[in-house]
Design a protein. Structure first.
Length: 450
C-alpha cells in the first residue's frame, strides 16, 4: 500500500494544469459511443473511474483508438467510434470500480436498451444507494434488480426495455440522478422531464448540446425528447476544478503565496469553491478564455490569513466534492466555519462527514459533527498524524493538503485511491514539497510530461 509523507511548506509559487474533469470525461465517453460517427476527445481524464466508463462503452460495442496517453495511466486524447445509438449486449458484467457517476449514468443508458446487462463495483460502490436511480428508471418501465448484500445497492441487474417518458421530481439534488434520467429519456418515446430541488452541475445538458441533442430548461426543470441521435463532434475536456481545489486551498491558506491553475473548467455550477475561498479572504482572479460548451479559464489565487465562513444551502450541491478540502481550509482559518445541509456527504465514497471529522481531530482541530454537516472552530495549530484515507481519493488528497500546514510529519496511508480522480497527484505534491528552498515560481506542465 502506498502512502504520502508530507511536511509543512513555507511558500507556494507555482503555475500548472490539473488533469481533465472527471464528470465531463464520463459523459464524453458515453456520448461519444452513442454518436453517429467518429468523435475526438481531447484531455480525457485517464483516471480509474473514467477508464471504467470508457471500457464499459467498449463492452457495449464502441471501440476507441488512443492518440496520446499519460504514461502509466491511460488515454488523454482519443477517438471513439460512435454506434449511432445501437449498442450491443455486453458479454460479461460491467465493472464500474469505485465510480457512482459511472454506475448511475450507465444504468440510465442501459435501462432503455433492448437487452439485459449487469453493473457491479467495488466494496464502497456496493454500499452506495441506487434506489435514487432505480425508482425513476422503474417508473419509466425498466426493471432493475438490486442484488447487493445491502438493500437497494449494487450489483444492478438491468432488464432493459422500451421506456415511457415521465416527469420526475428528484428528492435529492443529484446531477447523477438527473443525468441517469436524461440518458434514459434519450431512449424513451416522448418528452422526459426531470425537476431538480436545487441547481446541480449541468455537464450532461452542455455535453448533449455539444453533440447536437437538444434539451429544454425551464427553471429547475430539464426536458429531453427521446429518439435524438447524438452527432459526432470534437470535444475538449477542461481541467477539473475539483482537483484544482486542493492546490487552491493550499495557496489560499498560505499568506504571500501565488498559484496559477491554467485551462481549468469554470462552469458556474462548479465554482462555488472560488466564492467560498474569496469570502474566507483569499484574493482570486478568474480569466475566462473559452466559453462555448464548457467554459475554460485560468484561476490565479493569492494567499491570505483566512477567516471562517458559513456555507450557504444553495452552494452545497455546487461544491459537494470540495467539502473535505474546504473543511481543511476552515481548520486553518481564524474563527468558525459552518457546513450544514450536506447529508449527501454520508453516501459518497466514504461517509465524508465522519472521515473528515475524525481525521481533522487526529491532527488537532476542533470540530463538531452534525447529522448533516460539521462545524470547525479554526485556528488551532495542526500537528502531523497518521491519517487513513479509507480508500477515498478526496480524503487522501484533502489531508495531504492539511499536512502542508502541520507541525511534524503527516503520513497519509492507503493513497492508491487518488488514481480514481487525479492521476499524477503525487507528482504535483512532490514538486510542491521540493520547491521550498527557492522562492521563484515553478511551472509544472501536466498533460504530456507528467
Ligand atoms: C457527479 C455529481 C456529484 C459529485 C460526483 C460527480 C457527476 O454527485 O459528487 O463526484 O458527475 O454527475 P451528485 O449526484 O450527488 O450530484
Amino acid at each position: 500500500m502506498s502512502d504520502f509523507r508530507v511536511t509543512a511548506i513555507r511558500s507556494l509559487h507555482a503555475e500548472f494544469c490539473v488533469p481533465g474533469d472527471k464528470s465531463i470525461s464520463h459523459r464524453a465517453a458515453i456520448l461519444g459511443a452513442l454518436a453517429n460517427g467518429v468523435c475526438t476527445i481531447r484531455n480525457f481524464l485517464p483516471s480509474e473511474d473514467c477508464l471504467n466508463t470508457l471500457y464499459a462503452m467498449q463492452a457495449l460495442g464502441a471501440r476507441h483508438d488512443v492518440l496520446a496517453e499519460l504514461t502509466g495511466y491511460g488515454p488523454t486524447h482519443l477517438v471513439i467510434y460512435g454506434q449511432a445509438r445501437r449498442l450491443c449486449p455486453p458479454s460479461v458484467p460491467i465493472d464500474c470500480g469505485n465510480s457512482g457517476t459511472g454506475m448511475r449514468l450507465l444504468a440510465g443508458l442501459l435501462a432503455g436498451q433492448p437487452f439485459d446487462s449487469e453493473l457491479f463495483g467495488d466494496a464502497s460502490l456496493s454500499s452506495r444507494p441506487m434506489g435514487r436511480i432505480t425508482t425513476p428508471l422503474g417508473e419509466m418501465g425498466a426493471r432493475i434488480d438490486t442484488r447487493g448484500a445491502r438493500p437497494g445497492c449494487a450489483p444492478l441487474l438491468i432488464h432493459g426495455s422500451h421506456l415511457a417518458p415521465i416527469t420526475y421530481q428528484m428528492p435529492v439534488a443529484s446531477a447523477q440522478v438527473k443525468s441517469a434520467v436524461l440518458l434514459a429519456g434519450l431512449f424513451a418515446s416522448g418528452r422526459t422531464t426531470v425537476v431538480q430541488p436545487a441547481t446541480t452541475r449541468d455537464h450532461t445538458e452542455r455535453m448533449l448540446a455539444a453533440f447536437g441533442v437538444s434539451t429544454h430548461q425551464d427553471g429547475l426543470a430539464i426536458a429531453i425528447d427521446g429518439g435524438q441521435t447524438p452527432q459526432a463532434c470534437e470535444f475538449h475536456v477542461p481541467g477539473d476544478i475539483s482537483s484544482a481545489a486542493f492546490w487552491l486551498v493550499a495557496a489560499a491558506a498560505l499568506p504571500g503565496s501565488r498559484l496559477l491553475i491554467k485551462d481549468v473548467g469554470i462552469n458556474p455550477t462548479r465554482t462555488a469553491i472560488l466564492q467560498v475561498l474569496g469570502r474566507m479572504g483569499a484574493h482570486l482572479i478568474e480569466t475566462v478564455h473559452h466559453s462555448d460548451g464548457e467554459p475554460i479559464g485560468h484561476i490565479e489565487i493569492h494567499g491570505a490569513a483566512l477567516t471562517g465562513t458559513t456555507i450557504l444551502p444553495a452552494e452545497v450541491p455546487n461544491l459537494i466534492d470540495e467539502i473535505p478540502v474546504i473543511a481543511v481550509a476552515a481548520a486553518l482559518a481564524c474563527g468558525r466555519t459552518v457546513i450544514r445541509n450536506a447529508r449527501e456527504l454520508r453516501v459518497k465514497e466514504t461517509d465524508r462527514i465522519t472521515t473528515v471529522v475524525n481525521n481533522l481531530r487526529a491532527m488537532g482541530a476542533e470540530v463538531i459533527e452534525f447529522e448533516d454537516g460539521l462545524e470547525i472552530q479554526g485556528g488551532r495549530p495542526l500537528h502531523g498524524a497518521t491519517i487513513d484515507s479509507f480508500g477515498d481519493h478526496r480524503i487522501a488528497m484533502a489531508f495531504a493538503i492539511a499536512g502542508l500546514f502541520a507541525a511534524g510529519e503527516t503520513v497519509i496511508s492507503n493513497t492508491e485511491c487518488v488514481n480514481t480522480s487525479y492521476p499524477g497527484f503525487a507528482h504535483h505534491l512532490q514538486a510542491i514539497l521540493e520547491h521550498q528552498s527557492t522562492p521563484d515560481a515553478f511551472i509544472l506542465p501536466t498533460r504530456s510530461n507528467l
